[in-house]
Design a binder for this molecule. Structure first.
Ligand code: PAF
Length: 285
């Protein structure tokens, strides 16, 4: 595996592949790799001639009071996992090369960035869109892979790619879960054992609601109430930023499911100091 730190070198490496007619799959990450990341990489390997992974904990997507400094970093273990998997290239830029002095451009995806997590993490999606735009420009992949766990992120990125005529195909892959249903996330490392057990209640509550939705309860208000009631049963949940039924493209909270083919059940909740998000997309056939 070649390890590349300089954007210009990464750009040249990928360009050479593309010029030879080879496809490049790209998996951007912030490291602390888990099975969820690895499943994106395996899919990228199946679908492309060469795979690039990036590890960059992007300061621009953390608000000042958030966990940038504490965010898990585990580069030695990450390297072992990437080598075991046979990843071709790893891009690990320094902050000073991604945001050199004088850096003053940002990408703002209007509307979509201000809903759901955007209401609780002001500026987060500006940071995500900006760094993903930079990474897509640096790597220039044929396809880029993102996990469905960060559903809003995938919607924002798809919009940006479309609006800015970027040519990477965005591939969204299913959420990887632990045996009890907890969505894999680097932030799960923050949970103490009691919180870790309690964290599975997010998925359980969403599953309950999705079953009711499939078997006929179509009122989003009733479903939302059911979701909140299920979450309220878990005493270690210390706060709920949002929990409800949303349009999977506009991210608007639904008043009725109407003729929608798919709806999004999404939750952001806190267990102690850890904020967890999860979602299920329910196909209404
Ligand atoms: O999902 C993530 O890990 C990050 O938001 C991403 C896409 C790597 C951008 O920093």
């Amino acid at each position: 595996m070649e390890i590349i730190r300089i954007p210009r070198i990464m750009q040249d490496t990928c360009r050479r592949h593309i010029l030879k007619g080879r496809s490049v799959g790209f998996v951007p990450t912030m490291g602390a790799l888990h099975e969820g990341h690895l499943s994106l990489m395996k899919r990228a390997q199946r679908e492309n001639d060469s795979v690039v992974v990036s590890i960059f904990v992007n300061p621009a997507q953390f608000a000042p009071a958030e966990d940038f400094a504490a965010y898990p970093r585990d580069i030695d273990n990450d390297l072992v996992k990437l080598r075991d998997l046979g990843i071709d290239s790893l891009f690990v830029p320094d902050n000073s090369l991604m945001y050199p002095s004088g850096f003053s451009t940002s990408v703002e995806v209007g509307g979509l960035s201000d809903r759901l997590c955007g209401l609780y993490r002001p500026g987060h999606f500006r940071g995500v869109a900006t760094v993903v735009a930079k990474l897509l420009n640096i790597v220039g992949p044929t396809r880029a892979y993102f996990g469905q766990k960060d559903f809003q992120q995938t919607v924002v990125i798809r919009r940006m790619v479309k609006d800015l005529n970027m040519d990477a195909e965005i591939v969204v892959c299913p959420t990887k879960r632990e045996e009890d249903g907890l969505a894999m996330s680097s932030r799960n490392r923050y949970l103490n054992p009691q919180e870790r057990t309690a964290a599975a209640s997010l998925y359980r509550a969403m599953t309950l609601v999705s079953e009711d939705l499939r078997s006929g309860t179509k009122s989003p208000a009733a479903l939302k109430e059911m979701l909140h009631a299920a979450l309220a049963k878990e005493p270690l949940i210390t706060g709920i930023d949002y929990a409800g039924i949303f349009h999977p493209e506009t991210l608007d909270e639904l008043q009725e499911t109407g003729r929608l083919r798919e709806v999004l059940i999404a939750v952001a909740a806190r267990l102690g100091k850890t904020r967890l998000i999860d979602n299920i997309v329910v196909n209404l056939g």
